[in-house]
Design a protein around this ligand. Sequence first.
Ligand SMILES: [Zn+2]
Length: 342
Amino acid sequence: MDPDTTLEAARERIAACEDASALKDLERELIGKKGIVAAMLAEIPKLPPDERKTHGQKANALKQSIAQAIAERRADFEASKLDAARRADDFDPTLPPPRAPRGSLHPITQVTRELEDLFLSMGYEVLDGPEVELDHYNFEALNITKDHPARDSQDTFYCDEVGRLVLRTHTSPVQVRAMENREPPFRVIAPGRVFRQETTDASHDHTFYQMEGLVVGKDISVAHLIGAMKTLLRGIFGRDLDVRLRPGHFPFVEPGFELDARCPFCLSTGKQGCSVCKKTTWIELLPCGLVHPNVLRSGGIDPEQWSGFAFGLGLSRLVMLRHNIDDVRHLLDGDVRFLEQF
Ligand SMILES: [Zn+2]
C-alpha cells in the first residue's frame, strides 16, 4: 500500500463520517492495533533492507496525519453539538446560573448581634473572656468559696488535676476581669459560651450561651437595673413589657433578684396563660442584682465609693422564647433542617 494514496483515501473517509461513533470505528480501522497502518508496519521485515527505513518513516508519518485529521473532525462534532444545544429553544444564555445553597446566621448569633447593637447604643462596651477559666475568676472572686453550695448547682468540667482550670459555668467571670482592667464608671456586656456538668434534657444542655452585663458607677440603684432591663426587653420583643422582681439568692449580688417579664405570647394573643409561661402570664427571664461588695473588692474597686448592678441573661433561653423552640438541644446539634428555618 502506498502511504500517500492511503492518506488521501483516509481523509475522504474521515470527512464522510456523520457522527462521533462512526469516527471512532474508522479510527480503529485505520490506526488501531489491527488497523491498516499497523499492517504496513508489520510488512517491514519482509522488505529489502534498504527500503525498510523509508517505509517505516512513511508509515509513522501517515499514522500521525490520520490521528490529527481524526482529532480535528472530532472537535467539529463537539462544536456543532454545543451549537445545537445553544440553538435549542430552551437555552437562554442571559439567564443567571442556578444559585448555590447559602447558609444563614445561627439564631444565637442573630440575637447576640442584635443585643450587642442595642447595648452599644446605650454606651456599653462588648467584652470577651476565656472559656477555659481559672477557678479564681469563675468561683472565688464571685464570692463562691470552695465549700459554697452554689458549686453543686454549677458543677463544671475540670481541666487539670488540681481543679485550678475549669470550663466557665457562666459569663460572670468577665465581670471581675473587666473590673480589674477599668476605672469606674463603666458599662460592659459579655456574651459567650458557658458549660455545665449537666444531665441533658429539653431544657438543660452541657453547653449554652449567656450574656453578662455589668454597670459600675456612683449611686447605681435597682431603678437603673430595671430601666436597663426594660430597654433590653423592648429591643428583643419589640414592645414594652412589664417586669417584676422576686428576691433570689446569687452569691455575687446583694440584693439579688429573679427578673420576670410579662409573657409576650399571652399579650399578643390576649390569652391569660399559655404553654410558654406555664399558665402564669410571667416568664422568668434573668437573675440580676446589685454587685456584692466582696465582688467589687475582688475586682479592685472600693465599694464605699462605687456601686453597680449585674445581670446574667440566658441567650439560649431567650432564643427559645423568641422562636418558641421546645428543646434547647436543637440549638447545638447542627441539624440543617432545624437551622434552615432561621
Ligand atoms: Zn404566656
